[in-house]
Design a protein around this ligand. Structure first.
Ligand code: MG
Length: 258
């Protein structure tokens, strides 16, 4: 596939990675706060949090509301776990939520190749956009922290625009801003529904970043136009591996937990 005129990028788990999943961060928080939890062990506290957050993030509408106010979502998850444990320690909710947020922020990293790839694409005269779901505050903080602004012609944050991926209005708006037709653009992201299916619905080719290397889930209703492991595969001549979806290994879906 020859390069298009524009590439739209997802941010979380596409340009930015969490060095480790949310689990170890919650585990550390439980270890620190369990002594104040009326005899509830760190293990029981962690199990209750894991169960509650899995339930919380499993519903698309709850997910949408939660990601637009992460501070409130974290507090709701902790409060729910406390309820399930019969634990009456409301004063711990804020400090636990803040400790978790801090641990998660510390674990954030740019993928090592991200900036070089963005620079290479710009040097090839491509127009670039960043499209990220989530609230303005947390997403803008990441954009600033990692110096992403100068690399993009257009940045869209769900919390600022009013709707998020996979809504076709998101893609149409960004393409309008770039002055690019859908057929002249690719969307690159790790989320099969938001980044691949959503883009395809708008007439944009959907490139799935298989960041975990597990391959397309066998039951996936979404068929990416291309699969990449590393962003460097986007640069002509730098692709080191096969990118034909039919030749990818098949493995389990990777969950994106918060
Ligand atoms: Mg993502």
């Amino acid at each position: 596939m020859p390069l298009p005129r524009a590439i739209l990028f997802d941010m979380d788990d596409t340009l930015i990675e969490f060095a480790g999943s949310a689990g170890p961060c919650w585990k550390a928080v439980c270890g620190r706060f369990a002594p104040e939890c009326d005899g509830v062990t760190s293990e029981r506290l962690l199990a209750a949090l894991d169960a509650y957050r899995t339930w919380y993030w499993s519903d698309p509408e709850r997910h949408r509301i939660g990601r637009l106010n992460m501070a409130a979502a974290r507090r709701e998850v902790i409060a729910g776990a406390f309820r399930d444990l019969g634990l009456d320690r409301p004063a711990l909710i804020d400090p636990m939520a803040d400790a978790f947020a801090e641990a998660r922020a510390e674990a954030l990293r740019l993928f090592p190749e991200a900036i070089d790839v963005l620079r290479d694409l710009r040097s090839l005269s491509l127009r670039l956009a960043l499209i990220t779901n989530g609230e303005s505050g947390e997403q803008r903080a990441k954009i600033e922290r990692f110096g992403l602004v100068p690399h993009f012609d257009c940045i869209l944050v769900e919390g600022e625009f009013g709707v998020g991926k996979p809504d076709a209005r998101v893609y149409r708006h960004v393409l309008d801003q770039l002055g690019i037709e859908p057929a002249d653009a690719w969307m690159v992201g790790d989320n099969l529904e938001w980044d691949v299916w959503g883009a395809q619905q708008a007439g944009v080719r959907g490139i799935w970043r298989d960041v975990a290397g597990t391959g397309l889930p066998p039951t996936s209703p979404v068929q990416p136009d291309r699969i990449i492991r590393s962003l460097t595969e986007l640069i002509p001549g730098k692709s080191a591996r096969c990118t034909d979806p039919r030749e990818e290994e098949v493995g389990p879906d990777d969950g994106h937990s918060i």
